[in-house]
Write a protein that binds this ligand. Sequence first.
Ligand code: ATP
Ligand code: MG
Length: 614
Amino acid sequence: MLQSKTFIPTLREVPTDAVTASHRFMFRSGMLRRLANGLFVYLPLGLRAFRKVEQIIREEMDATGALEIKPPVVVPGELWKESGRWDSMGESMLRVKNRQNGDFVVSPTAEEAFTAVIRDELSSYRQLPLSLYQINTKYRDEIRPRYGVMRGREFVMKDAYSFHADETSLDKTYDDMGGAYRRIFKRCGLSVIPVKADSGAMGGSGSEEFMVESDIGDNTLILCGACGYAANVEKAACRPDYTPRPAPEEARAAAASVPPLEKIATPSVRTIEELSAFLKTGAKQFIKTLIYRAVNAEADFPGKDGARLAEHESSGQKRNAPGPLGEAFFAAAIRGDLDVNEVKLAAVLKATEVSLAADADVERITGAPVGFAGPVGLGLPVVLDETVTGMNDAVTGALAKDLHYRHAAYGRDFEGWITADIRTVKAGDLCPVCGGALYEKKGNELGHIFKLGRKYTKAMNVSCLDESGKSIVPVMGCYGIGLDRTLASIIEEHHDEAGIIWPMTVAPYHVIIIPVRYEGAMKLAADTLAAELQARGVEILLDDRAERPGVKFNDADLMGIPLRAVIGDRNLALSPPCVEVKRRDEKESRLVEAAAAAEELSGLVRAELERLNR
Ligand code: ATP
Ligand code: MG
């Protein structure tokens, strides 16, 4: 391709809102332009790299036996009402009405659409397992799109959905997909960290995310250097650093020698730090109690128990039993030196959303200003972190302004409604597998594989007959990769101050040919090399522009084309005539005989492709 014939508007200036390398370089190299917040246009150079990523993903999906289909992006709202997500998806889902006033959704994901396709076609277990995928547009009305295509509003996702007669079959496909993901990211030149992930309110049983390390990452990864344990902080566990007493009777016995509960005046002392200083004790002696608001909590909670239900309703909660709660309040209690992880808490409550309650709600529910909540006598379901069951002489809020309790004992003075691990694991905690010290990294999620169970197939009435003629509900898995984010992450991992350094597999062109001036012998040599390379299947860009060599070199570095051949009259005048070859990832160039340049360059391209695709 002649550079003058394509459209690569490079920029010298950095767009002001571009704080990340990928965002900067995608704009400056002329790959991308912005149409609106979170909405981008891929220009020809960007689209070439995008298509390479797409093709790698397609090949690896096909290799697992998954079949590509192309559903519409706009799907009937009816399907989302069937699954229940019309109500639970929240504001990030773009809903539209057509001229007949029908509800439609611009797909943020496609469990519903794929499940509907299967429902209409499935009759026998013999049709299973079946994996279908698409590489298609998604729309999410992200509150804060940022870092260019890293978090856009419209983006392209490869999403696959698998359907199985039983869990064993799902396990196999789930493992195959994990293998395909590892290959995809390797072929893209990316170092990914697969981590255990939250399987959330979906009630899935297995979930793994593929992360890249990143300073701007939205995720915190908890890693063990000793055994390789790796988990998203939303899921990470650690070795207990407390004495668990799972049964209240056991805890009561242990508390027998502890003095009775006692109220202490703590004027204007609210935070754990203030309390620590006031009482001259460590934060580990305190029980921190936080009031949360949960949306669509589905956990089996104490509404069944008359007394507790009354308390619960008096705290202002509405439950249209059975089914999920719209909005409900819960307390979470945890050892004073720790923090509650809201995703873990949401998973325990089987809620779609969990956030700290507003101050006014806290005051209404606890009868005291923020800072004096505690599990003793609190008329609200309390989720106890496991650490609290080890505490039998604790300090905690007394549900009144400027008052705390001391000598609070689990089992004797309070119990919880559910006991679970809801702590945020931190660097320095001990690995749950080997006891080694854990450390943290920031990461960005590129892909996610997930065992969905029967959530959608049940809700949407999918069934087929098994071997014995009995009706069964298939079990599902889903598997997503964001293409735009993958592309941006490749640039994050492969760049220098001057620009992108594409891995050969995803480079928009393999070789850039730069004649110092596109005229005379230099033009002839450049055209000849271009033709020879193309005959060998090498993708080339020929910079035929009437620009100074310095400008052309800077643009080539910015665009990141892995190999550069410079054709100048001085080197052509040597005997034999030479061209200058340089790898984008090396500083030095070297002279290669012009007659052998095509062979040399195509050999380098092949070797790099083989190395990455192996
Ligand atoms: P995140 O937590 O980053 O919002 P997610 O967990 O909501 O992502 P999934 O629903 O698992 O994302 O989607 C699968 C993949 O789609 C993600 O791993 C990511 O690569 C991509 N993706 C999700 N949201 C966006 C977005 N706003 N812009 C670009 N890619 C996205
Ligand atoms: Mg995810």
